[in-house]
Design a binder for this molecule. Structure first.
Ligand SMILES: Nc1ncnc2c1ncn2[C@@H]1O[C@H](COP(=O)(O)OP(=O)(O)O)[C@@H](O)[C@H]1O
Ligand SMILES: CC(=O)OP(=O)(O)O
Ligand SMILES: [Mg+2]
Length: 423
């Protein structure tokens, strides 16, 4: 791992990066010191637009240390960022700080054009807006984040780091749908994949855990958060991933269906009289775990299962069955698998999901040690027994760190030499 120098961006001495990860109803933010990649403050604003919004802000340095919480309505993403800025400013870490080198934004859809992080200008912003129809839950929130941050610090470089970028190495036969080529090309319909920052970070960390370089290993990464996706990474390059044109395809998610027969859509339109927008809302917001059992939080689902709730049990089984299909499929795609890696909220925390997802896959070399699987930790760790043919691991993701590193590297390149992107 190479550490950037204190030169920071531009030799100005600015060495901090603020990262904004704006989701459909939440904003996660982190302020990092890029000299040693430590976090100075972290925060989350959730349930934006509801009466019960909540901001949790935790400064990690100085006298302000200690978690602070605000509750009460926060109307929109703009208000959420303003509230976050107030909290940062209260600790002397506000956006007016001369030490701030850049703001890094997670942008979910980068289409065909953005295969690397970019400094945002009006034209880049316009392209991110053009992609709203293919990331309707995400790109609008990302855009609001960018616009608000620009208003607050118009002089500061703002960098977009795209979820889709890591997947642009997918071979054409994995990225194309088998539909009429002219129609597909005219509308840029293909599989883009998402959560790429996480898949990139976690696959690299998994190689490190195995004591190998990313080039030496083939891994299957299962990013199981509210949105969920799988990827097959061969020698450090993504060769297949489960999300497609939009973040709807693939695994069962908190509120999204993942894979369904596409005919479900026109059947609902023709037979149930639903509009395109209604089907869109059904598949994106009222499906997945919440559609199956009314809850999208895996903790709550497990609690209900323990009480004998059959709907929750069936939802769990459907979730895990889909995961197992993807583990099998990606083992075939990779030919040789060195590790299957669990990450994000469910992947990092739910031992029952991990156990059930690999149960019965001994023929593929996959087993989980019950004791290791039960350990709670924030560190990357193996949960397969020693000597297992394929390692099974838990690697906490850190999209914000990855975004900060890419942002800082880019701003440095634009203005003069700085440290490089990390391993
Ligand atoms: N201790 C836990 N046990 C089981 N599942 C958990 C736990 N903590 C969080 N989760 C799951 O993780 C999900 C959130 O994952 P996260 O990666 O933070 O999502 P996102 O970034 O998409 O908002 C929750 O909805 C919940 O299902
Ligand atoms: C792309 C995507 O699904 O993101 P999230 O998990 O943050 O909803
Ligand atoms: Mg996430």
């Amino acid at each position: 791992m190479t550490t950037p120098t204190t030169e920071g961006s531009a030799g100005t001495g600015a060495y901090r990066v603020l990262v904004l990860n704006s989701g459909s109803s939440s904003v996660k933010y982190q302020l990092l010191d890029m000299n040693d990649r430590t976090r100075l403050a972290v925060g989350l604003v959730e349930r934006i637009g509801e009466e019960t919004s909540r901001l949790v802000h935790t400064p990690l340095v100085g006298s302000g240390a200690g978690r602070r919480e605000r509750t009460g309505p926060i109307a929109d993403h703009r208000a959420a960022l303003k509230a976050a800025e107030e909290e940062l400013a209260a600790d002397g870490l506000g956006l007016d700080s001369p030490q701030l080198a850049a703001i890094g934004h997670r942008v979910v859809h980068g289409g065909l054009r953005f295969t690397e992080p970019v400094v945002i200008d009006d034209e880049v912003l316009k392209e991110i807006e053009r992609l709203v129809p293919v990331a309707p839950l995400h790109n609008p929130a990302n855009i609001t984040g960018i616009r608000t941050a620009r208003t607050m610090r118009p002089d500061l470089p703002q960098v977009a780091v795209f979820d889709t970028a890591f997947h642009t190495t997918m071979p054409e036969y994995a990225a194309r749908y088998a539909i009429d080529t002219e129609t597909a090309d005219a509308h840029r319909i293909r599989r883009y994949g998402f959560h790429g920052t996480s898949h990139a970070y976690v696959s690299r960390k998994a190689a490190e855990l195995l004591g190998r370089t990313p080039e030496e290993v083939n891994v299957v990464v299962l990013h199981l958060g509210n949105g969920a996706s799988a990827s097959a990474v061969a020698g450090g390059r993504c060769v297949e991933t489960s999300m497609g044109l939009t973040p709807l395809e693939g695994l069962v998610m908190g509120t999204r269906s993942g894979d369904v027969d596409p005919a479900v859509t026109f059947h609902l339109m023709r037979v149930a009289g639903m509009s395109a927008d209604e089907v869109d809302a059904l598949l994106n917001k009222k499906s997945g775990l919440v559609g199956l059992c009314g809850d999208n939080d895996m903790r709550e689902i497990r609690r209900r299962i323990d009480e004998g709730d059959e709907r929750a049990a069936l939802a769990f089984d459907i979730y895990v069955h889909r995961l197992k299909k993807y583990i099998g499929a990606y083992s075939a795609v990779l030919g040789r698998v060195d590790a299957v890696v669990f990450t994000a909220g469910v992947g990092e925390n739910s031992a029952p999901v991990r156990e059930a997802a690999v149960a019965g896959l001994e023929e593929l070399g996959l087993t989980v040690d019950a004791d290791l699987n039960g350990v709670r930790s924030d560190e990357p760790r193996l949960i397969s027994p020693s000597g297992a043919r394929v390692a099974v691991a838990v690697v906490p993701t850190d999209e914000e760190l990855e975004i900060a590193v890419q942002t800082f590297a880019l701003v440095g390149q634009a203005r003069g030499p700085v440290g490089q992107a990390h391993n």
